[in-house]
Design a protein around this ligand. Sequence first.
Ligand code: 5GP
Ligand code: MN
Length: 329
Amino acid sequence: MSENVTIQALGEIFQQHQTFALMSHVRPDGDAIGSVLGLGLALEAMGKTVHYWNEDGLPDNLAFLPQSDKIKRPPAEPIAIDVAIALDTATKVRLGESNLHAASLAPLWVNIDHHISNPRYGDMNFVDATSPATGQIVYEIIQELGLSLPVGSRDAIYVAVSTDTGSFQYESTTANTYRMAADLVDRGLLVGEINAKTYDNHPYRRIELMRELLNTLELKADGKIAHWEMLDATREQLALQPEDSEGLIDMIRAIQGVQVAVFFEELPGGKIRVSMRSKDRSLNVCDVASFFGGGGHALAAGIRMSGPLADAKQKVLDSLQQALDTTNS
Ligand code: 5GP
Ligand code: MN
């Protein structure tokens, strides 16, 4: 496993090269989009040429971020770039096929991430699993290199970290996270406005989805496991976008006595997406996810696995039950 490069070494790469493609994982969340915009706008401020690519494009719920219209789907054919930078992406394949094809001419790959399961697939890796969000790593890189922090980077980094820490609530949140937030506020960030745009602006269909999910909610293992599920038909009925379900799992994680929450989602084509949240490090959902080929963090992890839904549910719930038995024995 290759060691982390230094931030200074990253700075040299930024200095020496001109054209960068910044990418993050499929079904992007706030940290994926925010860390790409945060670093990209800082590189542009250095006079660099930056491509901002995401396999699925920009989700509507993040379109309020300044200059987020720079985020595009990757071009159909590879283009010449000096450096490809993957951000917030636990495995290279999670960038998506089109991204990998578009960036296939890149002579140098940089991997900047905070997933403990990251296998360090870059030519240069900067993986800090103690950081609550890739956005915080981007902030630290910008600060340590003394780069200028444009307003767009400021807002993008705040949203990246806020969304990945459950609004600065999860235990991954550190004193440095709050110091960073304080600095962003000192730089003019409007906390009330940006939080309202991030959290108080949901499309109605998301609330309808919540109603559907609540109708499938079940508890298992003496109330230690809570799970709910979404059928593919629901996606069509409610005209759902991938981001509509983001964060809903926190509602069932919050049930008293629940140690682990699980969301099963039927994807178009028959695969099952599994999303897991644990309340306690002794039940490491990344380990459970890794067993099925997924990954993530100790307290938040995910899997793409084959269906049908009933089989995936049984396998994952059995595995969680075993993990609980080991933890509680
Ligand atoms: P979420 O449940 O919000 O989709 O993801 C939780 C965490 O697990 C995120 O950090 C995400 O990157 C990671 N994760 C989700 N799905 C997968 C997956 O299919 N494979 C891997 N390796 N990581 C995943
Ligand atoms: Mn992240």
